[in-house]
Ligand binder design. Structure first.
Ligand code: ATP
Ligand code: MG
Length: 470
């Protein structure tokens, strides 16, 4: 029984194997429903997505921004919208010292708040920022729908031009292409501006009024406050009723219609295929004009991997000067689900370049010294930290996939040299155990890399950039 300072008492049952390793542990504190652990064996997949996302955003002129995990609840009420599922059902809100805070359910509100508060919108426009962050929504957990999930997203503020819409959609498309995602369809729509929406709301109210009693409780309220939200309801009954509802595209004002035509034209010019889908209304209230989703059918019902659009009214709504803006967010867990499903060839994570197996204290000290020198050059080097015998050390080196090993014992110390073993080929080369060691290792290591490229044993890594492969 162990006393844990965080959560009271944890009961642990530990079964020891003959080798003394822990191999089973039952623990009565589990991670909360709808959250995930990313284990070391999988973290390289996240690194791959994050690296490509950062590089793609940066080559379109976006810089990273980091914002708080929680914000004043009011921020989300005023931006995401009081009649949305997110605000009505999904927010994690806590009362702390008489102020209501909410764990961010999405990245846009906090990012725009930060841009305003820090005067970014007074600088050269358009301002372009991207983020990688966790979001929290109390939803029913299922594949691709979590209570804590992660988004890569970005926002561009200051441009009302349809070129900006094309630029942001093109960025999203480039990202999905660079991640080598296949069978993803771009759906676009325009949900107009407050001018065209006034007439549209009237038409929607007239359409839904006769079905009022059949709508879910939330949608009955939406019918009064924000009828377009009914089209976004996840209830199958509301979905069925809304099937033949009037479409916003038929109600666009001249300016919105012209904007949408230009976005479509630019996308066509850029060779980006799209489908106009009048059913896309997006789940957050701040959108205006262009909205879009990249959708796949390969991961079940949660098929939207990337979604976004224009939100020209939001900045003013949050107290800034009227400033048009737009952005998108991708769910990283959903991206990874699709990538896994499509057999994406992630880079195998590098574990250990050189493992020193040692016998005796003097050898161990030598290994510690050489390890430090190798690490200065950026190699991943290890020595025995477990007081294992030589055989067990070699078994460990194999297990962690060490590329090379060196055994150091009394003889090697006396002679001042040891054998460097290539664990793939089994080849041995003598190396001096002095200040020439790292230089020798360096050249053998590079030779091995070159040889494997030549023979085609080791295909060029898919995500190699700037000469790095990890
Ligand atoms: P959905 O219709 O699937 O609920 P949404 O409209 O609520 O999506 P957005 O708020 O636009 O989603 O979030 C952008 C992206 O974040 C989504 O396209 C999706 O990839 C991801 N996402 C949203 N909610 C979740 C969740 N609960 N778990 C995992 N990813 C999510
Ligand atoms: Mg949702």
């Amino acid at each position: 029984m162990i006393n844990c300072p965080f959560s009271g008492t944890i009961f642990m049952y530990i079964e020891q194997t003959l080798t003394g390793r822990l191999n089973f542990m039952a623990i009565n504190v589990k991670r909360p429903n709808g959250t995930e652990d990313v284990l070391p064996k999988d973290v390289h997949k996240w690194h791959t997505v994050e690296k490509i996302a950062r590089e793609t955003a940066e080559c379109y002129g976006f810089s990273e921004i980091r914002v708080p995990t929680f914000e004043d609840t009011d921020l989300f009420l005023r931006s995401v919208g009081e009649t949305t599922d997110v605000v009505q059902k999904e927010m994690y809100t806590v009362m702390a010292k008489e102020t209501k805070f909410t764990l961010r359910p999405e990245g846009t509100a906090g990012t725009i708040r930060a841009m305003l508060q820090n005067g970014l919108l007074n600088e050269a426009l358009p301002q372009r920022v991207y983020y990688i962050l966790s979001c929290f929504r109390h939803e029913r957990p299922q594949a691709g729908r979590l209570r804590e999930f992660h988004q890569f997203g970005l926002e561009m503020a200051g441009s009302e031009s349809p070129t900006a819409d094309a630029e942001v959609i093109s960025l999203a498309k480039t990202l999905l292409d660079r991640l080598e995602l296949k069978n993803i369809e771009l759906n676009i729509n325009s949900i107009g501006c407050p001018t065209c929406r006034a007439k549209y709301y009237e038409a929607l109210r007239a359409y839904f009024e006769p079905h009022k009693e059949e709508l879910c409780d939330t949608c009955r309220e939406r019918l009064v406050k924000n009828p377009m939200r009914i089209l976004d309801c996840k209830s199958p009954i509301c979905g069925e009723i809304g099937k033949d509802a009037p479409m916003i595209l038929d109600y666009l004002c001249e300016e919105c219609s012209d904007h949408f035509e230009k976005v479509k034209k630019y996308l066509t010019n850029l060779g980006i295929e799209y489908k106009v889908n009048p059913k896309i209304v997006r789940g957050l209230d701040y959108y205006t004009k262009t909205v879009f989703e990249f959708i796949t059918t390969e991961i079940g019902a949660q098929g939207t991997v990337c979604a976004g659009g224009r939100y020209d009214g939001l900045i003013e709504q949050l107290g800034g000067h009227p400033t048009p803006a737009l952005g998108f967010a991708t769910g990283i867990e959903r991206l990874l689900l699709v990538m896994d499903k499509q057999g994406c060839d992630f880079l195998t994570p590098k574990t250990c370049d050189l493992y020193f197996a040692t016998m005796g204290d003097a050898a161990l000290e030598k290994a510690m010294e050489l390890t430090r020198e190798l690490r200065e050059l950026g190699y991943r080097a290890e020595f025995d930290l477990m007081n294992r015998g030589l055989k067990a050390q070699m078994k460990y080196a194999n297990k962690i996939g060490a590329a090379f090993t060196v055994v150091i014992g009394d003889n090697e110390l006396a002679e001042g040299k040891a054998m460097l073993k290539n664990m793939d080929s089994g080849e041995d080369v003598p190396v001096p155990l002095n200040d020439k060691f790292t230089a020798n290792f360096d050249s053998v290591f590079i030779d091995r890399m070159m040889a494997s490229f030549d023979t085609g044993d080791m295909p060029l890594p898919m995500f190699q950039t700037n000469g790095e492969n990890n």
